[in-house]
Design a protein around this ligand. Sequence first.
Ligand code: ATP
Ligand code: MG
Length: 395
Amino acid sequence: MRSVVVHYKELALKGRNRPWFIQILVRNLRTALADLDVASVRSVMGRIEIDLGPRGSWDAVRERIRRVFGIANFSYAGRGPHDVPLLAAAILEDLGDREAASFRVSATRADKQLPFTSPQIEREVGGEIKLAKGWPVDLDRPALTIHLEMMPDHAFFFFGKEPGAGGLPTGTSGRVACLLSGGIDSPVAAYRMMRRGCSVLFIHFHSYPILSRVSQEKVREIAAILTKSQLRARLLLVPFGDLQQQVLLSVRPELRVVIYRRLMLRIAERLAREWRARALVTGEVIGQVASQTLENLTTIAEATTLQVLRPLVGMDKDEISAEAERIGTYPISIMPDQDCCQLFTPKHPATRARREEVLSAEQALPIDEMVNAALKVTTVEDFKYPVLKCPVATR
Ligand code: ATP
Ligand code: MG
């Protein structure tokens, strides 16, 4: 076996955009496999064929493909000719001394012009395998399914399917900017947007040098994990401590969290526009903490004219944590650090900060100047996968 057959599903629904979606999926697969010995990645009649080179390792290739969005499932596959005895011989060779309590052959035809039907080829190839192995055929609950895909000039065969990451290929849904804290929720929010085909720009607010660099380091690690799925990523680091101190001097404690968040959104909006992102994403959840009541979420979002997308808004914490575990960000998120907002936040922030009170408290602040000052000191780091070098400052 030296090939991989990749199946997409949702893509098939995308009508006239379909060739474009597939082209991007092929490009993403090439990027994800760039440093492995892969001879070709091609789109052929409703699937993508990958041919491994002589040193190509299935385990390494599987690990990469697993994370690429837009894939329903994929299989390590062999090729054989249409000729039934020769095809059966190729399958038997790859089966080696493998045993199975029962089996079936399941065939599909990529090319409907082929001069045989799927049931016909299933019966004929199945007959040869049964003869050679002596395994009973079980059409309903076989211990082993031998899949055949009949292509115009050859057949693929494979014995199992690996689940793909699902969703849409990265880059097909435009760019968004995600406010990424070191916590559990926002990495999951970013991942969910990525899975829907968005390219996600990461924005992190930190209070260094008032606080340690830990939050930045956590966010870098989280960005590196998310980059394994997105392949390319950019992290913007915004020093926020000076702004918080200004808020501290003039704003009542209960209103501060909402005002910090509104400042973050204003800064994020400017950065999003600079980097051509069309919407802002947060990990906010209705009712999760005092600052995330419906009233506060509304007041917070009013600080920006961009759409604020909250992919986790209706989820429970344990559901989010389980997803963070699957993505791999959870162990980093739970590492202790001082979040920039905890530092200057009272134990009991207002659950319903009155909009008018927030607006009047902001009157006392030079908001535009504060936003501009933060933008001036924002730094940029780029991430790449598979070439996961130390992030390089580009500005
Ligand atoms: P998370 O686990 O994502 O930190 P949380 O439950 O701690 O969420 P909050 O701290 O109230 O919730 O933050 C709500 C959202 O605001 C976060 O999901 C994130 O999108 C954004 N946010 C909060 N702090 C920061 C930060 N320091 N930098 C960037 N975004 C932040
Ligand atoms: Mg947080």
